[in-house]
Write a protein of this length. Structure first.
Length: 624
């Protein structure tokens, strides 16, 4: 972990609605480098995904307007976005019934910085009373922690004046209707630091803290959406020593879409595979196979660096310009340097032009190719609809919080292993006769390869389906030889038993390991092999599988199941009979399957002898 003093750059704005500004906001966020973003009056609803506003490099906390907060059904809403390098959590227990949102960010010594974004609608006495009451209830909390509050407090009548020799302001000419709120702020020693007045020379947006760690408060020079006259966008710095765990390392990957497949194909065709594999075990043959693939791939495939922070339509020039712009913005904020500011302004103007050009070009490309290749269109739509949530910086497992990268990985491994039920051992007869190797032909392997989906996920070997399909003619022979060795020796390749597990968030608290389910990514070569054997087994068993089995069976699905039910129920209604339907769902059913029972069932239906022995070896000693 990288622990260091971090001067946070914080952006705050009353946006006066984001629903019609999502594209502009998204592009500007991606082109900026704020550590924390606080927004009021977002006017967001459930119909707007956070991924329409932010990329995966931010953890987004929202509290959209609720009926209990206001008599108006629309408007309002508060949002806090925190960079994923910080360990942040929402603190619902600190929130009132008004529109306030609380988030904690962990300090390296175990304490936390608590940030709140508040919107108090004008002339709404209920919201004022709710916030005041909650602040009184949390008095002890404020005494013990570092707190930062930003938001639109709508106190136009308050006259804020600078305190002599201090950086904060004090309230004068306080009216009775606002005195309760200002009294509790003063009682909790929350100082007001904002000095950026609106067009009416009033302070509606406040910056409050119980620590004098705020500096460089200014009108934002890198705004995310156009400003409202009553609410200037504000940028300020906050001195704090924070924990920065789980830093993402940049990775260099092969660009298989631009590989020289003609050269790769010819190279693989020139290999004497039969000679290389003739005296080898299946694991040795697989190792030789991958060594040749890796050498050939490295020779004829270009590489690229992952640019996960930026949208897919950002070109290299745009990314470089944005990075330079953010560099000079930080220099200007830290040193108030006019030279840095001028360079920043020039780069800001250039980046906006480039971003617009990139987006227009990408949209035009999608429109022109939508009939022939709709992948780009749906990828763009998916990026806006899905909430891209990365693994949080800390995970709670067995009432213990882990905060390191290895600790988080081990927590997931322990939990997923605890769910999995180990099967009873079953006897493997090593003296069984060899399997008929004519079970699989080169033509069948070729048909499986050409039917692969290009978008199929890559397994732990890093070989994607686009590579396999483009080299189908030259890969069939070595794969056929490896498959024959495996069936003859009744050993499934050890390397193809490996898998990469991805934790997928199901719902609920993202910091609880119990709220994740595992998805295992397997090698595509392994899937091809298993599909060929599956087809052979299906030919043996399909005649004994009941017609009422609709799941995991070719040409049967939820739809056929529903049609059968409708037909049965319709007949019962005509006959004036009662129909009872019971739906059940088994928790983590796949992980709890006893493989020994499955093997017994296969033997009972005729899958026995050498093929049964080989299937048993497929199941045992898998690892991820």
């Amino acid at each position: 972990m990288d622990n260091k003093c971090q001067d946070l750059i914080i952006y705050y704005q009353n946006t006066r609605g984001l629903r019609s500004k999502t594209t502009e906001f998204f592009n500007n966020v991606r082109a900026s480098d704020y550590d924390i973003i606080g927004l009021t009056e977002t006017w967001l609803t459930d119909g707007v995904c956070s991924s329409e506003l932010f990329g995966a490099d931010y953890t987004v906390f929202r509290r959209d307007r609720e009926s209990s907060c206001s008599q108006k059904s629309d408007g309002g809403g508060v949002l806090i976005a925190v960079k994923n390098v910080f360990n942040s959590k929402r603190c619902c227990e600190l929130e009132s019934d008004a529109e306030d949102l609380w988030v904690s960010i962990e300090h390296m010594n175990g304490t936390k910085l608590f940030i709140s974004c508040i919107y108090l609608p004008p002339k709404n006495s209920i919201s004022y009373a709710s916030v005041v009451s909650k602040l009184y209830q949390n008095e002890g909390f404020f005494r013990q922690n570092t707190v930062l509050l930003v938001g639109d407090f709508n106190l136009p009548s308050v006259n804020w004046q600078p305190v002599l020799n201090e950086h904060f302001m004090e309230a004068l000419n306080v009216e009775e209707k606002t005195s309760a709120l200002l009294d509790i702020l003063s009682y909790l020693q929350l100082m007001q630091f904002n000095k950026i007045y609106n067009s009416n020379n009033r302070l509606l947006d406040l910056i409050l803290s119980n620590e004098c760690s705020i500096y460089n408060i200014s009108n934002s020079v890198d705004i995310l959406v156009p400003e409202d006259n009553h609410h200037p966008a504000i940028t300020f710095c906050f001195k704090h020593v924070l924990l920065k765990p789980l830093m993402h390392q940049s990775r260099c990957l092969y660009n298989f879409n631009k590989a020289d497949y003609t050269s790769i194909h010819n190279t693989l065709l020139d290999i004497e595979w039969e000679k290389l594999f003739s005296t080898k075990s299946v694991d040795e043959a697989v190792a030789i196979f991958y060594n040749i693939l890796n050498e050939t791939t490295h020779k004829f495939t270009p590489t690229y660096k992952i640019r996960g922070k930026y949208p897919i339509y950002f070109k290299l020039e745009t990314i470089q310009t944005v990075k330079r712009k953010n560099k000079y913005h930080r220099l200007y904020k830290r040193f108030n340097d006019p030279y840095s500011y001028q360079i920043f302004c020039d780069l800001r103007a250039k980046s906006k032009i480039l971003i617009k050009e990139n987006l227009d070009e990408y949209i035009t490309m999608m429109e022109n190719n939508i009939l022939n290749d709709s992948r780009y269109f749906w990828r763009y739509v998916s990026s806006k609809k899905k909430c891209h949530v990365s693994i949080p910086s800390s995970i709670n497992h067995s009432n213990y919080e882990v905060k390191t990268g290895s600790g988080v990985c081990n927590a997931f491994a322990d939990f997923f292993a605890s769910v999995y039920v180990k099967s009873k051992q079953f006897y493997l007869n090593k003296d069984a006769s060899p399997i008929d190797v004519t079970l699989i032909s080169i033509e069948e392997i070729y048909q499986q390869i050409v039917s692969l989906e290009i978008k199929k996920s890559v397994g732990p070997d890093g070989i994607p389906s686009v590579f396999i399909k483009n080299c189908s003619a030259s890969l069939c022979l070595p794969l056929h030889l490896i498959f024959k060795l495996s069936l003859t020796q009744r050993v499934f390749p050890t390397r193809w038993k490996e898998g990469e597990i991805l934790p997928i968030h199901k719902g609920g608290d993202r910091h609880l390991v119990e709220n994740y389910r595992p998805i295992t990514k397997l090698c595509i070569f392994s899937k091809i092999f298993e599909k060929l054997i599956y087809d052979a087994i299906l030919n043996i068993t399909k005649n004994i599988i009941t017609e009422h089995q609709h799941g995991f069976f070719p040409k049967r699905s939820v739809e056929t199941n529903l049609m059968s039910l409708i037909e049965y129920a319709s007949h019962a209604i005509d006959e004036k009979l009662q129909v009872d339907v019971i739906y059940t769902d088994f928790s983590k059913a796949f992980d709890k399957i006893d493989h020994s029972i499955l093997m017994e069932r296969l033997a009972e239906v005729g899958v026995d002898g050498p093929l049964w022995q080989w299937l048993a070896m497929v199941i045992v000693r898998r690892h991820s």
